[in-house]
Design a protein around this ligand. Structure first.
Ligand code: GLP
Length: 249
């Protein structure tokens, strides 16, 4: 049986308020919190709300450490489509976090295997991640763990599926510019976190959300592997919840 708790909000603005509220509470209770973060359009309003809380309500990130889920292989951090660049522009540049406490896998690392191992080691060295914020792909992927990813997979290099390349091509001038490979935290890396918050908004996520929450526990839908996590909440809007609601869940 699925252990995923689902909170349905009216719209993406409410999703952002709920998610940022949980993150802010965690930081106020534990100023040295370790956060796992995601990119994509879904968490953008949550980051905007956290920036607002920093600027208007004094929420401080000075003691916070962050780890990002993934990065395109071959894109430097100053490339506008790299995930490092996204995080700087959407969050890090506007809050008081120490730059050296922000960890995004380095897509330009000369030794990629070493980069993956050191990412895992850095997480262990700070005692693990307290809360990981996730999005979900339309095919059920989490981070860049595409369907078929093993439940015990660690941080590693992966080939992106054609579905993901196509859906992420909206951010690039030309679909041929979308990198074909990426570094990603593994399913095991994500499952070992103490708390998971997955956000989903819009109708394109409805099928993946329903499959993750009510479908079989299977690596065919990587997000369904969160069903056995002891503390996993999906915060979703009504559109993303459409296929849960249609069956009365
Ligand atoms: C990318 C990222 C994922 C993200 C997904 C959904 O593939 N690697 O971490 O969850 O896209 O993105 P969006 O929120 O833009 O729909």
């Amino acid at each position: 049986m699925s252990g995923i708790k689902v909170t349905v909000c009216r719209d993406s603005e409410e999703v952002a308020k709920a998610a940022s509220g949980i993150i802010a509470r965690l930081i106020r209770e534990n100023p040295g919190a370790v956060l796992g973060l995601a990119t994509g359009s879904t968490p953008e309003p949550t980051y905007a709300e956290l920036v607002r809380m920093h600027q208007e309500e004094g929420l401080s990130f000075a003691g916070v450490t962050t780890f990002n889920l993934d990065e395109y292989l071959g894109l430097p951090g100053d490339h506008p489509q790299s995930y490092r660049y996204f995080m700087q522009k959407k969050l890090f540049d506007h809050i008081d976090i120490c730059p050296w406490n922000t960890h995004v896998p380095n897509g330009m690392a000369r030794n990629i295997d070493l980069e993956c191992q050191s990412f895992e080691l850095k997480i262990s060295s700070v005692g693990g991640v307290d809360l990981w914020l996730l999005g979900i792909g339309a095919n059920g992927h989490i981070a860049f763990n595409e369907p078929g990813s093993a439940i015990n997979s660690p941080t590693r290099v992966v080939d992106l599926s054609s579905n993901t390349i196509e859906s992420n091509s909206r951010f690039f001038r030309d679909p041929s510019e979308v990198p074909r490979r990426a570094l990603t935290a593994g399913i095991e890396t994500i499952r070992s976190t103490r708390r998971v918050l997955l956000l989903a908004t819009g109708p394109s996520k409805a099928a993946a959300v329903a499959e993750a929450v009510k479908g079989r526990y299977s690596c065919r839908c990587p997000a369904s592997l969160l069903q056995k996590h002891p503390k996993c909440t999906f915060i979703i809007d009504q559109e993303a919840a459409a296929e849960l609601q249609s069956t009365g869940r």
